[in-house]
Design a protein around this ligand. Structure first.
Ligand code: HEM
Length: 184
């Protein structure tokens, strides 16, 4: 079942649970350096004070998955904050006007039939836990805030996943991407 929308703020803040290892600008402008990151949820997220930087998003219903894919994801996905998953990645992404100008069926064709985003992603479950946040509707600088958690022994697999996705036709529509890696 799809949970109700949850507001989430990713705040560069000294009190954050996560230590920031590195911030890499993959496409377009990066983000300022910071030491730690707090992930704030619900009412806390909406009142978060701006630190060095804060990125806001909200969880939502899925846009692209068919029944079979939704069932496969539900069967294999893992929860956030598993004790062994001490590595995380926050990857904010913005897509081009050309992407947003397309119709839903055209985007789906690029996302899955051409790029295999879901079938590639499924290969890395349950090692990688994920949560997608939408930001475009909030007038934020990124369209999506993607969040992933994994154990240190799956760090190489996560690098491979990111490499494979960045090599797909979908990524031709990404014009800003920052890769933030964290540990706790
Ligand atoms: C861990 C394995 C992964 C799985 C199973 C997965 C699965 C999915 C699914 C099912 C969606 C569509 C949600 C919907 O229907 O609205 C999605 C969207 C998205 N994913 Fe992934 N994903 C994975 C990894 C990644 C990674 C590593 C990145 C970034 C490098 C990423 C970036 C995105 C973005 C930006 C979207 C939004 C696309 C859009 O709506 O245009 N995903 N993912």
């Amino acid at each position: 079942m799809m949970p109700v929308p949850l507001h989430v703020a990713f705040a560069a803040s000294p009190s954050g649970l996560w230590r920031i290892d590195r911030i890499t600008a993959v496409s377009g402008e990066g983000l300022p350096a910071a030491e730690r990151l707090a992930v704030l949820e619900g009412p806390e997220a909406q009142t978060a004070r701006v630190g060095v930087w804060v990125l806001r998003g909200v969880t939502s219903n899925s846009r692209y998955t068919n029944r079979q894919e939704a069932d496969a994801l539900a069967r294999h996905q893992a929860m956030l904050l598993r004790p062994q998953a001490t590595c995380a990645a926050l990857i904010p992404i913005r897509k081009t006007a050309a992407w947003w100008d397309m119709a839903q069926d055209e985007r789906r064709a690029i996302f899955e039939e051409q790029s295999r985003h879901i079938s590639i992603g499924l290969e890395y479950l349950p090692a990688v836990a994920r949560r997608l946040h939408h930001s475009r509707e909030l007038g934020e600088p990124f369209d999506f805030l993607t969040w992933f958690e994994y154990a240190p022994e799956h760090a190489a697999a996560f690098e491979e996943l990111v490499r494979r996705l960045r090599d797909t036709p979908e990524w031709r529509y990404v014009d800003r991407e920052v890769d933030i890696r964290l540990r706790r």
